[in-house]
Ligand binder design. Structure first.
Ligand code: GDP
Length: 317
């Protein structure tokens, strides 16, 4: 079984990357999530997009229909996007959310630039060394913008009047400067020649869907080309507690995000667990599985040290 697990570790066959959305309030995080879900559903076949516990799973087939580029090669089965913006009370989850993430989308309102919680999100992403892209959202709010629903950004921009194009250039330059003040090289994603050094800006509208296909393609490309080591299947289960909540009739439950190595289920997953004594579970902690060869006391020590670190980080924030 161990050999089989090793053989399965292959850069051409990867698990789904886990993606988080962060940013200042009202920049459009929720709307952007809705948009990626809904545009796919509108295409008739829901394409296997499933709303999971605390997350939405986008299988690669659904991504393909949205971004009809025949040249694209897919090594990941899909993307698991964590629905963190819905949980406003979970500031801690937000900070831990980024640690379970392989990649993050930092949403910035193009009309407002960098705002206080954008800077807070930037600090979190840096602390956790989480790679991220920036969605420069609400492009449709620029004066005179002529929308082409769900279009790719560059072709939409080409259709705008000179005045709109100039406004876009000005606002983008301002945002780039603001990122430079934070010590970051930000560039429009289609001008980005060095993904290791520069943060990509993807102009989007969560209302018209413009730039959304670009954003998804960028996530697919960055994760499968640059993070394949972290996305190969594991021979064991790894998961993180996303949310602890009481549900009538079930008692205290925990929602977890799991990466599993399994013959049929080839994805990162959201799962709800119902069990006794979950009141003591803390969002952000790891979930360990005790196997026949494991030392339960050792794992217990590991969990306790995790919790201590987690509680210290909550105290500080
Ligand atoms: P969140 O707090 O970041 O989750 O922001 P929401 O998704 O709730 O969006 C805040 C407000 O901005 C809502 O009224 C949205 O309809 C609006 N909004 C979000 N994205 C866009 C966009 O791309 N264009 C326009 N015009 N409005 C947007």
């Amino acid at each position: 079984a161990h050999e089989a697990a090793l053989a399965a570790r292959n850069k051409e066959d990867l698990r789904s990357p886990i993606c988080c959305i962060l940013g200042h309030v009202d920049t459009g995080k929720t709307k952007l999530l809705d948009k990626i879900r809904q545009t796919n559903v509108q295409e008739g076949e829901a394409g296997g997009i499933t709303q999971q516990i605390g997350a939405t799973y986008f299988p690669v087939d659904a991504i393909k229909t949205k971004t009809a580029d025949g040249k694209q090669e897919y090594k990941i089965p899909g993307l698991l996007v964590i629905d963190t913006p819905g949980h406003e009370s979970f500031t801690n989850l937000r900070s831990r959310g980024s640690s379970l993430c392989n990649i993050a989308i930092l949403v910035v309102d193009i009309m407002h630039g960098l705002e206080p919680q954008t800077l807070e999100s930037l600090r979190l992403l840096r602390d956790r060394k989480t790679p991220f892209i920036v969605a420069l959202n609400k492009i449709d709010r620029m004066y005179g913008w002529q929308p082409t629903p769900d279009n790719d950004f560059q072709s939409s921009l080409a259709k705008q009047s000179r005045a709109v194009q100039r406004e876009f250039e000005d606002r983008t330059q301002k945002t780039i400067l603001a990122f430079a003040e934070q010590g970051l090289n930000a560039v429009l994603y289609y001008d980005n020649k060095n993904f290791a050094r520069n943060v990509s800006l993807v102009p989007t509208s969560a209302i018209t869907g413009e730039g959304v296909p670009d954003m998804i393609m960028l996530l697919v490309n960055l994760t499968q080309e640059r993070m394949s080591d972290r996305l190969m299947y594991l021979s064991e289960l790894e998961c993180t507690v996303l949310e602890v909540k009481v549900i009538e009739g079930l008692g205290t439950t925990i929602d977890i995000s799991a990466y599993v190595h399994h013959k049929e289920v080839k994805a990162a997953l959201g799962v709800k667990i119902v069990a006794p004594d979950l009141e003591k579970a803390i969002a952000g902690s790891r979930l360990l599985v005790v196997g026949p060869d494991d030392d339960e006391d050792e794992l217990m020590d590991e969990v306790m040290s995790d919790l201590t670190t987690l509680l210290n980080s909550i105290d500080k924030s």
